[in-house]
Write a new protein. Structure first.
Length: 202
């Protein structure tokens, strides 16, 4: 009987990228992709590259098979992040969508009607970057001596953007104007929220 040749069995280590669920983040703040896993017999032996989808890219760093990298997106938008793993001549790729939103911001402050020449200050108009909601005490006006000037806040939405008009109340006013002096307006960002996302200014 002729001899039976030995069978050759080749075992191929699995290589896969599990991108996990889509994620969201805030523009200007670090975002982690801890849900992305690289499956391989020896994850440390796989070379990983991350294309963040905004023109940036970097080598992936793994801990227990999970990515530990963070990235900061400069602007709001929806990006596609691509993770590519290479090992023993084989390649695996995973993608996920990254939705990045921006925090609301103060777009500008106008004194009275915006004229540079003024003998009285009767109102301050604060324009935001989007529609917002605000808690009580979101605005504070203080005189140079530390005295707080009470304000009344009126709201309007113009072309989808919130505009707050502050007028002054309390004693010491002259025709609705604060007395001569130096005043500081503070917008308390933790009390102002985006109407769309609920994010505060800061």
């Amino acid at each position: 009987m002729p001899a039976t040749p030995d069978a050759v069995v080749r075992v191929v280590d699995p290589l896969a990228v599990d991108a996990g669920p889509d994620v969201g983040g805030v523009a200007g703040e670090p975002l982690a992709l801890g849900g992305v896993r690289v499956a391989h017999r020896d994850p440390a032996g796989a070379a990983v590259w991350i294309d963040w989808g905004d023109g940036g890219g970097e080598a992936g760093v793994l801990a227990d098979g999970r990515l530990t990298n963070t990235h900061t997106y400069a602007t709001a938008g929806v990006y596609t992040a691509t993770v590519t793993a290479t090992a023993a001549g084989r390649t695996a790729t995973g993608t996920l969508s990254v939705a990045v939103v921006a925090r609301p911001a103060v777009g500008g402050v106008r004194v009275n009607d915006g004229s540079a020449q003024r003998s009285m200050v009767t109102s301050l108009t604060v324009t935001f970057s989007e529609a917002v909601t605000a808690d009580a005490g979101a605005f504070e006006v203080r005189a140079a001596d530390g005295r707080t000037v009470p304000v009344r806040v009126g709201w309007a939405v113009v072309n989808g953007i919130s505009v707050a008009t502050l007028t002054f109340t309390g004693p010491g006013l002259e025709g609705g104007s604060v007395a001569d002096g130096r005043y500081v307006l503070t917008v308390r960002g933790e009390r102002v929220r985006s109407a769309a996302t609920g994010l505060t200014i800061g």
